[in-house]
Design a protein around this ligand. Structure first.
Ligand code: 13P
Length: 264
């Protein structure tokens, strides 16, 4: 990662932790971060709980004035009305959220989230004043064919083509190869760097270098304290989107500490 951008360690809790477990985690996490003198100016931390825990997470964070940010894992493309089960961007923003994950491969797989829907989610998140964390990444099949870079760049381009420079600058991209998610098979630092660099080059070509150099590009897929340092040392990897390891408070604390130290 380059010193121009502040690293971001984001925990995607997926469908884990009810509101009591989420509150308990935050309290332990805050205490452990304080114990290691964690400097939030050198590394940003965000947690993405399920919708039902967002309010409790907000209360836990605001009541102790913690510097941890938080967000949602998906959002409705509409602002209100007869959409049973959906949650709007404004509802999420009103809970103090900074981020919304958009287009996670598990959402693309289990829900009807195609490119058009993902574009609309990105727009909804931006319009509500939050930042989308746009997830892209190839499956094992695309990697086998050797088209992984084109595939990831194409997924970003499909979503960003109609954005203004100003909107594009607010994006965060998470490169998460599907084959690496939850499998213990982490991408090599070089392949994470190649993908992040390809995405950044394409953003620079479309929106100008300033935007390309502003957008943070995270790596996701079996991140742990064992591989985080090597990955974050790559110049275009600006942090992590973490699943399993973000459910263990000691492990997440270690990854945050290592990221902060490696990039400072
Ligand atoms: P794991 O870290 O469990 O591989 O999950 C990655 C992920 O999907 C984060 O969004």
């Amino acid at each position: 990662m380059t010193s121009k951008r502040i690293p971001l360690v984001a925990g995607n809790w997926k469908m884990n932790f009810d509101h009591l477990e989420a509150t308990y985690f935050i309290q332990q996490f805050a205490w452990k971060l304080r114990a290691i003198h964690f400097d939030h100016k050198r590394c940003e931390i965000a947690l993405m709980p399920s919708f039902t825990s967002l309010r409790s997470v907000q209360v836990a964070i605001e009541s102790d004035n913690l510097k941890i940010r938080y967000g949602a894992q998906a959002v409705s493309v509409t602002s209100q009305g007869a959409f049973t089960g959906d949650v709007s961007a404004d509802m999420i923003a009103h809970l103090g959220c900074s981020y919304v994950i958009v287009g996670h491969s598990e959402r693309r797989k289990y829900h009807p989230e195609d490119d058009a829907n993902i574009v609309d989610q990105v727009r909804a998140v931006l319009a509500a004043g939050m930042q989308p964390i746009l997830c892209v990444g190839e499956s094992y099949e695309e990697r086998r064919k050797g088209i992984e870079l084109d595939f990831a760049v194409g997924q970003v381009r499909d979503v960003t083509c109609d954005l203004s420079d100003e909107e594009a600058a607010k994006l965060i991209v998470a490169y998460e190869p599907v084959w690496a998610i939850g499998t213990g098979m982490v991408a090599t630092p070089q392949s994470a760097q190649d993908a992040a660099k390809a995405i950044r080059n394409d953003l620079s070509a479309t929106f100008g270098t300033e935007v390309g150099e502003t957008v943070r590009i995270l790596y996701g897929g079996s991140v742990s304290s064992k591989n985080a340092v090597e990955l974050i040392r790559e110049p275009d990897v600006d942090g992590f989107l973490i699943g399993g390891a973000a459910l263990k408070v000691d492990e997440l604390t270690r990854i945050c500490k290592l990221t902060m130290e490696a990039t400072s």
